[in-house]
Design a protein around this ligand. Sequence first.
Ligand code: ARG
Length: 235
Amino acid sequence: EATFTTVEDGKLYMATNAAFPPYEMIADDGSYEGIDVEIATAIAASLGLELVVDDMDFGTVIIAVQNGKSDIAMAGLTVTDERKQNVDFSDSYATGIQVVIVADGGAVQSIDDMEGDDIMIGTQEGTTGYIYCSAPVEEYGYGEEHVIAYANGATAVQALMAGKVDCVVIDNQPAIEFVAANEGLSILDTEFAVEDYAIGVSKDNTALSAAINEALAALIADGTVQSIVDKYIVA
Ligand code: ARG
């Protein structure tokens, strides 16, 4: 069996941005919880390791892995070709859908409304939502001048409620939680993009990637991953 090394013996350091419910968030008692945290804890246990959550800006989770500060990036992290140049991705463990949150009575009530000259779109910095929306119009985006990147989804949603942006493009499960927690918001029916979430691992640590894939496959096969998802997402 191939042996792997981690940043610290006996530990698995997970770079994440814990403002992304239900995948990673801070519980009332200050501990980290969520689907990613629990799957990572289970993977770590399978590998005989203890999980350590490294909470940081979303824009730095891949860099932390590249720099050898963290072992894995797990943050509802979408697999993209560009990111694949910087990290290896595990097999996918979840699907994410980019959706649009709008304010009742606001300027955006359909996807077509997003093309308006005065429309401002809120996103989370460094995310695929930001990347798609800020692309030039010729590349199916809306142009950078129409997009504001906030530190996290909750701040983007606050900006929408304050009328600073006309809509927020974000992953579907956090969107559902933010809409449930605030009055006067809804999610458009149109799906903006369908994506795969996976775990990012250093390109220099192929033994760790292999071990993670093996552990993940076993946790999917024995129903552990599904039972974690069911705990956080009520179908
Ligand atoms: N899925 C999107 C992406 O990979 C957003 C992920 C944001 N995750 C977070 N923990 N804040 O770009």
